[in-house]
Structures are given as structure tokens and as C-alpha cells.
Design a protein around this ligand. Structure first.
Ligand code: SAM
Length: 296
């Protein structure tokens, strides 16, 4: 096979040559459009000496472009499908700064991965055309690892991108918006049509960049408790905040206690969670936490 032409331009040929049928259960939709690939690369801000982690390299179309951008850097590509790992090793054999890892990304403990590969978090960027069935766990594992990745640039389902970036007040704003925005600044880059993939997915996609905070703008006294409050508020999003919190089995606060907490925070009990900013929920969480401690 002619290895000089970019991988994205010969996806059908590669699939035929290596007798690969894209696996739906692994979310295998391969990018074939150079413009979109370049948009992802540009959004990722990849520079010559960067360390990049790519999740789900597939046949290597994005991988190849990243490698061409980082002659002085290194790329770790994590792929679950053993068959594709063999194809990648063959197609990208000429690159000595590529490390292909045959692993389920969800099984990765990121701090351990960094220690094992001696990575300095300040210089690591993540890029992925994610398999959509694991979008949320992959993102939360990265953000909750405590590591400050320099940038995370992803192609995800359009609706999920909208939820990650949503501001208070709309239907897209919820637990995912808060979880992602608590840890990072979110930037929507561009929408992507299904026609640029083989096979085309049934949904539209969006390129999104996350910039994990070094100094989070919202701080809470107890992060686990804060996320319990978030869960309680959005589990019953049609209910007002007083009822959502009172009905929740996540706390042991009485209805009166919750009313007092809302009053102390200056939050009207009839508001719904979707009307509250992250800072307001954080403040309420700190008050309720303090009251829970006082009660015991
Ligand atoms: N990056 C390629 C591209 O843009 O053409 C492929 C993207 S495809 C949407 C998702 C890739 O993630 C596939 O190669 C699939 O095998 C891989 N994948 C699926 N589940 C995975 C997992 N749990 N861990 C690592 N890779 C996975």
C-alpha cells in the first residue's frame, strides 16, 4: 500500500487491505476529512515539543497529523482494539516518538500512568475523537485525576458538548455542566457533520476544548459533599430546590434544616437547580455541610 498518502485519504483501502469491519460496540467511526482533522489539530494547540495522549487512535488519521506536528515531542496512543493496534504499528512504523498502548482507557489510573512514563503534567495535552459510548467517564476520569493537563481537545456528540458548556437557565444545564465547569474552562470550537466519518454516526458532533484550572474559581470545603448536593438538585430537576434536597436520601438534613440553609445562603427555596450558578451551589453546599457537622 502507498504509505505516503495521508491515512485519512485511504481509510477504505486500509479497511479492505487489513480486512477490518468497523466495530459498532467500540464506537469505531473513522475520520476521513482533512479539514476537520486540521481543525482538531489547530484547536488542540499542539506544539513541536509537546507530549500528547491520544485516546482511541483507530486507524491513525489524527495520530499521523499529531506526530507530524511534534518532532521533538512524544505521543502516547491508547487503543482498546488489538486488531487496530497491529494496523497502527504497521502504518506508523516510521515514527519513533509514538508509543501505542493496547489498553481500555477506562482502566487507566492517570497519576500512575504519569509516574510510569515520567510525564510532567504541565506539558501534557490530550486529544481524541472519542468513542461516544464512554465520553462522560473518560472526561471525568481525566478531570478528577487531580492532574492539571494543559489542554484536552475532543470530538464528542453535539448534545454532550452543549451540556458540558451550558450556562445556568437552560435545559442543557445540569450535573455534567457543573462537573466539567468546576474543573475546567470549556470552549466550543466547531460542529462536525456525520458525513466526514466512515461509517457515518447517527448524530452530529462537536469539537470542544477543556482547559483544566490551576486555580479553580469556585472552591468548596468538601468536594464530595458538593457533588452530592449537585446530584440531589439535578436528580429531580423539575422539583424546586427545597423539595429536591429534602427528598434526597444523600443527606440526613431535615426539611427545616434545608430551609434554614437556603435562607442563610440567600437562595429562594422555590428556585430550581437549573437557575443556580456553580458559585451559588458551592456556597449552599458549604453552608449545608457546616450545618450537618453542627447537627452531629
Ligand atoms: N481516532 C480515530 C479517528 O478519528 O478516525 C478513531 C476514532 S473512533 C470514534 C474511536 C476509537 O476508540 C476506535 O479506534 C476504538 O477502537 C477506540 N476505543 C473504543 N473504546 C475504547 C476504550 N475503552 N479504550 C481505548 N480505545 C477505545
Amino acid at each position: 500500500m502507498d504509505k505516503k498518502r495521508a491515512i485519512a485519504g485511504k481509510t477504505r483501502e486500509i479497511l479492505r487491505e487489513y480486512q477490518i469491519r468497523p466495530a459498532k460496540r467500540l464506537g469505531q467511526n473513522f475520520l476521513i476529512d482533512q479539514n476537520i482533522l486540521h481543525k482538531i489539530i489547530t484547536a488542540g494547540g499542539v506544539e513541536a515539543a509537546d507530549t500528547v495522549i491520544e485516546i482511541g487512535p483507530g486507524l491513525g488519521s489524527l495520530t499521523e497529523l499529531i506526530l507530524n506536528r511534534i518532532p521533538a515531542g512524544k505521543l502516547y496512543a491508547i487503543e482498546k482494539d488489538q486488531k487496530l493496534v497491529a494496523v497502527l504499528a504497521d502504518l506508523l512504523a516510521g515514527y519513533h516518538n509514538l508509543v501505542v498502548i493496547n489498553q481500555d482507557v477506562l482502566a487507566i489510573d492517570w497519576p500512575h500512568f504519569f509516574a510510569q512514563h515520567q510525564l510532567a503534567e504541565v506539558s501534557v495535552k490530550v486529544m481524541a475523537n472519542l468513542p461516544y459510548y464512554i465520553t462522560t467517564p473518560v472526561i471525568m476520569n481525566l478531570l478528577e485525576s487531580g492532574l492539571k493537563f494543559k489542554q484536552i481537545t475532543l470530538l464528542v456528540q453535539k448534545e454532550v458538548a452543549a451540556r458540558m458548556a451550558a450556562a445556568p437557565g437552560g435545559k442543557d444545564y445540569g450535573a455534567l455542566s457543573i462537573a466539567v465547569q468546576y474543573h475546567s474552562k470549556v470552549e466550543i470550537v466547531a460542529d462536525v457533520a456525520p458525513t466526514v466519518f466512515i461509517p457515518p454516526p447517527q448524530v452530529d458532533s462537536t469539537i470542544i476544548s477543556l482547559y483544566p484550572y490551576r486555580n479553580p474559581p469556585v472552591k468548596v470545603s468538601d468536594q464530595a459533599f458538593f457533588f452530592k448536593v449537585v446530584q440531589a438538585i439535578f436528580q429531580q430537576r423539575r422539583k424546586n430546590i427545597k423539595n429536591a434536597l429534602s427528598n434526597s436520601t444523600l443527606f440526613r438534613l431535615s426539611k427545616e434544616g434545608i430551609m434554614e440553609g437556603l435562607a442563610r445562603g440567600g437562595i429562594s427555596p422555590t428556585l430550581r437547580g437549573e437557575n443556580l450558578s456553580i458559585a451559588e451551589i458551592a456556597q449552599l453546599s458549604d453552608i449545608l455541610k457546616l450545618m450537618a457537622v453542627e447537627q452531629n
